[in-house]
Design a protein around this ligand. Structure first.
Ligand code: NAG
Ligand code: NAG
Length: 242
């Protein structure tokens, strides 16, 4: 083989095996939590619209194709949501980051002013003692957020490079206020619909406490999906400075 062909093969292999983190992303040593906190804070708005070249979907809206929430004690109905769009996560303030590569754990403490989810819903069941059914568009808004995103990590080798992979994700978000709006309840009977929305909003605290673990699990799984798209493209050696 002549040297030009060897050169071409070499270039092809290096291109396919080592996509770099976009230059605008800050890089840190994996044990430098102060740097990581700034780097993640800096990355959030850059992830807002996603990274087309790397196949990373948008962080805001974060799209959840399908979500089913089981019946609880107050909200005794199964809720099916489709095409949920969550806005606001890219505006989060990163308060603290802890990354333990040996234990495979990333924990990010966040705060935020506001997050909103718009979705198509279908529900049928009871809220407290009231019969409720309907399908249409809905909006859930939370304000004054404080919480934690946790990611379990493992590493694997691909084409002689080591990569990170998230195996599980959890999200806990407490809020100071939640607002619910379900349009078109009772096939569009406005009076009955307004009444149910008022019940939901008058009891937002208990309702949010009951429903949020299931909402947050769905959001966490979408965040895991997004993170893994990024992790699968960038070898660990190119993600961190050490
Ligand atoms: C979400 O729904 C609310 C209430 O219907 C609406 O005011 C808002 O504009 C929607 N947001 C987006 C981004 O579509
Ligand atoms: C994972 O992300 C891809 C886009 O990169 C999207 O098409 C898919 O629906 C996502 N899956 C979930 C469960 O969010």
């Amino acid at each position: 083989m002549n040297s030009f062909i060897i050169f071409l093969i070499f270039v092809t292999i290096s291109l396919s095996s080592a996509i770099k983190l976009p230059a605008s992303f800050k890089r840190c040593k994996s044990n430098d939590m102060t740097c990581l906190k700034d780097a993640i804070q800096d990355a959030l708005p850059k992830l807002k619209d996603g990274l087309k070249d790397l196949g990373v979907p948008s962080l805001s809206p974060l799209v959840i194709p399908k979500m089913t929430i089981g019946a609880g004690n107050i909200v005794k109905l199964v809720q099916n949501y489709e095409n949920s769009k969550c806005y606001g996560l890219s505006d989060s303030i990163v308060k603290e980051v802890s990354l333990d590569m040996d234990k495979g754990k990333l924990v990010i403490d966040v705060e935020g002013k506001l997050a909103e989810m718009n979705a198509s819903y279908t529900i049928n069941g009871k809220i407290l003692i009231l019969d409720v059914y309907g399908s249409g568009e809905c909006m859930i808004r939370i304000e004054g957020l404080k919480g934690q995103f946790t990611l379990d990590l493992e590493t694997y080798i691909k084409n002689n490079n080591k990569y990170l992979k998230g195996t599980n994700a959890d999200l806990v978000l407490h809020c100071e206020q939640a607002t619910f709006q379900f349009d078109n309840l009772f096939d569009g009977n406005k009076q009955l619909g307004d009444n149910i929305n008022k019940v939901l909003n008058d009891n937002w605290k208990q309702i949010y406490e009951e429903l949020s673990p299931a909402y947050m699990k769905s959001i966490a799984i979408s965040l895991l999906n997004l993170t893994n798209k990024l992790f699968s493209k960038i070898p660990i050696q190119d993600m961190f400075l050490n």
